[in-house]
Ligand binder design. Structure first.
Ligand SMILES: Nc1nc2c(ncn2[C@@H]2O[C@H](COP(=O)(O)OP(=O)(O)OP(=O)(O)O)[C@@H](O)[C@H]2O)c(=O)[nH]1
Ligand SMILES: [Mg+2]
Length: 214
């Protein structure tokens, strides 16, 4: 397939067809990041935004302090057309808990991931936690060659860390975009839903391209 030619034209549609079994795909997208960086908030915004494209209500299990205990989980239904062929995709969205003591559950949640979104926290005091969590993710993802997208959340914070400082800390390139046009870091405000859907669509498209790559 001439993937590169189509990359910028590819769009996720809202016309999933259960009866069309021939081109049905299933992908799993995992939201990863340090404790309380906004993974569940991303998840909730996606659930609201794609309300009519949900396979089920999804679930979100939290401790009394609002921390994710196990995972948030939701199935979304989209379609896309590549070289005049329509595909129906079931996208499983899950979030890991960021709590350090649950590392083993994170490995479990990550199992079978096709794409990962790393949610960094703009709070300057969380820089070390961002670094640690990102290293952990790269350790998991790079051996398996899973595409990931970095998001820097809570851009609304008054003392939000500069994006360049965050990039340096994580060892990311200082340019805005990679040669293929994808953003090195997506700045978001998950609380208000800003850029959450764009970032999500981007990782799904990356996963689709990875899938069709020869
Ligand atoms: N200011 C601000 N706060 C945010 C934003 N996104 C999330 N938060 C807040 O950050 C806190 C943690 O958000 P969660 O979405 O629960 O974080 P999490 O990453 O799921 O946390 P764990 O599951 O415990 O790892 C909550 O109080 C959110 O309201 C944002 O864009 N801006
Ligand atoms: Mg959570």
């Amino acid at each position: 397939m001439e993937l590169q030619e189509n990359k910028n034209q590819l769009e996720l549609g809202n016309d999933f067809d259960f009866n069309d079994r021939s081109n049905m795909l299933q992908f799993k997208i995992v939201y990863w990041g340090p404790g309380e960086s906004g993974k569940t908030t991303n998840f909730l915004r996606l659930r609201e935004k794609f309300d009519l494209l949900r396979l089920s209500k999804g679930y979100s299990i939290e401790t009394t302090e609002g921390r994710t205990l196990w995972e948030d989980s939701l199935y979304l239904l989209f379609d896309f057309t590549l070289n005049d062929v329509k595909f129906n995709i079931i996208t499983h969205v899950v979030t890991c808990t960021g709590q350090e003591r649950f590392l083993s559950t994170r490995e479990y949640v990550l199992d079978g991931a096709d794409g990962i979104v790393f949610i960094g926290d703009s709070d300057p005091e969380k820089l070390e936690q961002n670094k640690r969590s990102f290293r952990e993710l790269v350790g998991f993802a790079s051996t398996k060659n899973i595409p990931y997208q970095v998001q820097l959340n809570k851009r609304d914070l008054e003392n939000a860390i500069e994006i360049s400082k965050f990039k340096i800390a994580l060892g990311l390139p200082l340019v805005d975009s990679y040669p293929d046009g994808s953003k090195v870091v997506y700045p978001t405000e998950a609380l208000r839903g800003k850029n959450v859907v764009e970032c999500f669509k981007h990782i799904v498209l990356q996963v689709i391209f990875e899938y069709f790559k020869e």
